[in-house]
Design a protein around this ligand. Structure first.
Ligand SMILES: [Zn+2]
Length: 256
C-alpha cells in the first residue's frame, strides 16, 4: 500500500505521518478499495488498517481514532494503557498526545484532516475539520489546547492539511455561511459567490486562516493541494459520491 506524504513534513526524523489513498494494489495489478472503520466489515477494517500501518513501518496493529461527531471537543490522550477501542468510544474531533509510538488518526472524505507536530516539545495531534468543525474553529482551539496543556509555542508547530474538498467543488447555500461570517472577520477570503446565489466555500483556506490566527507561521503550514472531488481516482469524496469510504490521516511520534 502506498501512503501519501507532505515532503516538508517527511524531513522530521522522529515523526511519522501519512495519508491513505482510496485504493491500493493488492497483488498482480489488482486494485482494492480501502475500507476502514465502519466503512468496511470488521475483518476488512482490521486488515486494511494493518496494511496501511505496515506501509509506514509502524509495528502497532491499530490506529487511535475518535468517534468523530463534527463538534469542537478536543481529547488529550495521556493514559498509555488505553486501547484503540476505548478511544474509539470518545466523542471528539481532535486528539493530541505526547505518547510515543501511538498512531493517531482521523477519517475523512472531503472534510479537512489536519496533522500537527511540535518538534521542540515532541507533541502531535490530529484534527477533523469539516464544515461544522471549521465554523467552530476547531483547529485554532486545538492549537490553544497544545499551548495550555503542554506549553507548546504556536510558532514551533507544523500544520499539515490533507486531502479535502476544494473551493472548486464545494458549493453551499447562503445560510451555511452565517456561522462563518460570525466567526471569521475575513470570511470573504475563503468564499466566493456562485452563479445561482450560492457560495463556493474553501475549507482548506479557512483552516489555513484559522491556523494563522492560532499563531502558526505561514511557512509552517503545508497542504497536499488536491481536491478530493476533482481527484476521485485518488481520494474518496462524500460530496461527489454519496456514501463511500474514508481516508485516514495518520500521525505518530517516534522515540527521541
Ligand atoms: Zn474540486
Amino acid at each position: 500500500m502506498q501512503p501519501f506524504h507532505i515532503d516538508a513534513i517527511q524531513k522530521f526524523p522522529r515523526f511519522v505521518h501519512g495519508f491513505s489513498l482510496r485504493s491500493f494494489e493488492s497483488g498482480k495489478g489488482t486494485q482494492t478499495e480501502l475500507r476502514l472503520g465502519r466503512h468496511g466489515s470488521p475483518e476488512t477494517s482490521v486488515q486494511h488498517t494493518q496494511w496501511f500501518l505496515k506501509s509506514l513501518n509502524i509495528i502497532s496493529g491499530e490506529i487511535f481514532i475518535l468517534n468523530q461527531v463534527h463538534g469542537n471537543r478536543i481529547y488529550v490522550l495521556e493514559d498509555p494503557a488505553l486501547t484503540a477501542e476505548q478511544v474509539a468510544a470518545v466523542e471528539a474531533d481532535a486528539l493530541i498526545t505526547q505518547l510515543i509510538d501511538k498512531p493517531i488518526g482521523v477519517l475523512t472524505a472531503d472534510c479537512v484532516p489536519a496533522i500537527l507536530y511540535d518538534p521542540k516539545r515532541h507533541l502531535t495531534g490530529v484534527v477533523h475539520a469539516g464544515r461544522k468543525g471549521t465554523q467552530q474553529r476547531i483547529l485554532s482551539q486545538t492549537l490553544a489546547t497544545l499551548v495550555r496543556v503542554f506549553g507548546s509555542k504556536p510558532a514551533d508547530i507544523i500544520v499539515g492539511l490533507g486531502p479535502a474538498i476544494g473551493g472548486c467543488c464545494y458549493e453551499v447555500d447562503a445560510p451555511c455561511l452565517l456561522p462563518f461570517q460570525s466567526q471569521y472577520a475575513d470570511w470573504e477570503r475563503f468564499t466566493r459567490k456562485s452563479a445561482d446565489g450560492k457560495y463556493w466555500l474553501n475549507l482548506l483556506s479557512a483552516n489555513k486562516l484559522d491556523a494563522l490566527s492560532g499563531g502558526v507561521e505561514s511557512k509552517n503550514i503545508f497542504d497536499l493541494g488536491e481536491c478530493t472531488a476533482c481527484h476521485q481516482e485518488r481520494w474518496f469524496s462524500y460530496r461527489k459520491e454519496g456514501p463511500t469510504g474514508r481516508m485516514v490521516s495518520l500521525a505518530m511520534l517516534r522515540a527521541p
